[in-house]
Design a protein around this ligand. Sequence first.
Ligand SMILES: Nc1ncnc2c1ncn2[C@@H]1O[C@H](COP(=O)(O)OP(=O)(O)OP(=O)(O)O)[C@@H](O)[C@H]1O
Ligand SMILES: [Mg+2]
Length: 105
Amino acid sequence: MINLIQNSLDALNGRPEPQILLTAFENESHVELIVRDNGTGIPQANLAKIFDPFFTTKPVGQGMGLGLSLCFRMIQGMAGEVSVDTAEGSHTQFTISLARPVAQA
Ligand SMILES: Nc1ncnc2c1ncn2[C@@H]1O[C@H](COP(=O)(O)OP(=O)(O)OP(=O)(O)O)[C@@H](O)[C@H]1O
Ligand SMILES: [Mg+2]
């Protein structure tokens, strides 16, 4: 969550009316965590690369390009899923979905 929120803060730098919306949903089987910002958005051409280690669009010294690859690995390690919905100049939304632990009999 910290990685995602930091990315949102970076994408909102200098933007008018910056907003970050954090939402959590749960049902019997899953928990969903959503981080949404109205920042720069991610260009279509970059979308396939954002989860790659060391992919960054930030200036040298400001980003290592490791945040999302770490997120992806951590979520995978919990058998979860992460998805992104974005439009350039409009918004970016990351959704994390995690299965709830099954109660032991
Ligand atoms: N909320 C967002 N809005 C716009 N672009 C984003 C957003 N989140 C990620 N990105 C894009 O994805 C790239 C990769 O993100 P990632 O968190 O992996 O690395 P980083 O933020 O550049 O560096 P680090 O997390 O290591 O400090 C970013 O450089 C940026 O281009
Ligand atoms: Mg980051």
